[in-house]
Design a protein around this ligand. Structure first.
Ligand code: GLN
Length: 505
């Protein structure tokens, strides 16, 4: 046999050569370990800073904060968290057509770290510069690190969903640890006393918290660079000689900026929100009644999109409404020791870490009998609505003084049950449905639902009222009712959505 061995068949998708590899976490490709730890640290920085953001803005100058009123703080919080996720569309497009996912993550991570370090300085200018940098960097990093997880697997690799569950654990390990660290630095009497002891201004404690977020991102970058070879050829992007669609990039940037601009008007003109939903519902019907299968699938995706948007609109009030409820209306003591109210921000992630293995087990056990994705999305809305129903008696009890922290623990338990039915399912579905060359953009669109949800969360949180218990109870109740209505509509639509999906689960 003198002839050279035949070349191995090309993998069905160019990013999938790692799929034979099982040397990483839990028998997954080695690249998953790199992505897991890099994203863990990136989320450490994101949630570490976010845990402080609203509290820092509403704290008075005598407490080292910016002294904004709640409405302004909620609007800035909503615009910031919207921008973070909306820029994923631009970030995904840049990766697909210019520099690839791998380099996008590296550059994005550097920009994020600069943003957090900027906030370590005590001035309004460096604060806002920091927010802008973190939003730009996260737009480059977040969608592309997520698509790289999908690209580690061949299309038919059964490990993909489990891989996303492991990745989601990494996200939440970072998100769990971060508020404990940044909250202690920013809010605890102990650390303030230490600063005073070192001859520093104790009111600058907030900026130490923001700086710690930057250290987290830097660790993520070091992990990413040192272990990057494990990613094999995943996320390399288009060939060097491919044409670069600069014109389309300009369009994507303009469209994203325009949408962000329109959404920012929602603070003054709530009708923008009604317009947003009207356009989306019209789009569902437009695509559903076109004859071809692809259009019908798009209609189904749009239904998921709207459900996800509603979900995040309530869920993402964690860093605003719930942050303020925890800080102003809840007892923050365990065994006589006062803990920083930012620690409530770790509770959701703790529940994910506790509950995710159970969900992974359940989905595997149910196998082909597991509920369809529209049914899982509907369940997510049920739990979400119940979480705000739970807050109604909690809000009423605030009339008598600060309430037990267990209310917030219970709220996050219910919300996390919902999150497990929606978020990892959505991520994995996007990488299954998207063609290879549009992966980044599709993931950007998934995060667009998060972006719009975050903006709505900011608009809703602007109505948070800590001084009147019955108004506050009403605030939670009304939102629960709206979620209830959305749940019933989705329940009624499930058979139709399944037909639109044409066989994809
Ligand atoms: N908690 C998850 C993350 O940080 C999901 C966030 C979202 O999509 N709203 O990635």
């Amino acid at each position: 046999m003198s002839s050279a061995p035949a070349a191995p068949p090309a993998p069905p998708n160019p990013g999938a050569a790692g799929s034979i590899d099982s040397g990483g976490l839990g028998g997954h490709p080695r690249g998953l370990t790199t992505l897991f730890f890099s994203e863990l640290w990136e989320r450490f920085s994101y949630y570490g800073m976010r845990a402080l953001l609203t509290l820092f803005m509403v704290a008075g100058a005598d407490a080292g904060g910016l002294g904004y009123d709640k409405k302004t703080a909620a609007a800035i919080y909503g615009n910031y968290t919207m921008s973070v996720y909306m820029l994923s569309i631009v970030g995904g497009f840049i990766a697909d057509n210019f520099i690839g996912a791998r380099r996008s993550v590296l550059i994005g991570g550097c920009i994020i770290a600069c943003g957090h370090f900027s906030m370590a300085f005590s001035s309004e200018a460096t604060f806002f510069a920091g927010l802008v940098l973190v939003a730009l960097g996260t737009g480059l990093l977040k969608p592309n690190i997520s698509t790289m997880v999908g690209s580690l697997y061949r299309p038919d690799d059964e490990r993909r969903d489990a891989g996303f569950s492991i990745f989601y654990m990494g996200i939440n390990l970072g998100a769990f640890a971060a508020p404990l660290v940044t909250g202690w630095l920013a809010q605890s009497a102990e650390f303030r006393a230490m600063l005073a002891g070192w001859g520093m201004d104790p009111l600058h404690s907030w900026h130490w918290g923001f700086g710690a977020a930057g250290v987290g991102m830097t660790i993520g970058l070091i992990v990413y660079v040192l272990t990057g070879e494990r990613l094999a050829h995943v996320g390399l992007g288009p060939p060097a000689d491919a044409t670069r669609p600069w014109g389309k990039l300009a369009l994507v940037v303009i469209a994203t900026a325009a949408l962000m601009g329109v959404m920012m008007l929602a603070d003054q003109y709530p009708s923008v929100v009604y317009g947003l939903f009207a356009v989306q519902i019209a789009a569902v019907f437009y695509f559903a009644f076109k004859p071809d299968a692809d259009s019908k699938r798009i209609a189904a995706i749009l239904v998921f999109f709207i459900a996800a948007e509603i979900f995040w609109a309530i869920f993402e009030q964690a860093g605003s409404t719930i942050s303020l409820f925890g800080d102003q209306l809840t007892r923050t003591q365990i065994f006589g020791w006062n803990f920083p109210s930012a620690w409530f921000q770790s509770v959701n992630s703790l529940w994910v870490i506790i509950l995710a293995p159970g969900f992974a087990w359940l989905w595997i056990k149910l196998g082909r009998n597991q509920p369809s994705s529209p049914f899982k999305f509907m369940l997510a809305l049920v739990f979400l609505g119940l979480s705000f129903v739970l807050m109604v008696p909690a809000a009423k009890l605030t009339a008598e003084g600060k309430v037990s922290p267990l209310w917030i623990v219970g709220l996050f338990f219910l919300q996390t049950l919902g999150e497990m039915c929606l978020s990892p399912v959505g991520l994995s579905t996007m990488t299954k449905l998207a063609p290879q060359r549009l992966l980044g953009l599709m993931m950007g669109i998934w995060f667009l639902a998060t972006a719009l949800g975050n903006k709505l969360a900011g608009v809703l949180a602007g109505h948070f009222e800590s001084k009147d218990a019955s108004v506050l109870a009403d605030f939670f109740f009304k939102q629960a009712i709206w979620v209830g209505v959305a749940t019933l509509v989705l329940l009624a639509l499930i058979p139709w959505v399944k037909r639109l999906m044409g066989g994809v689960r």
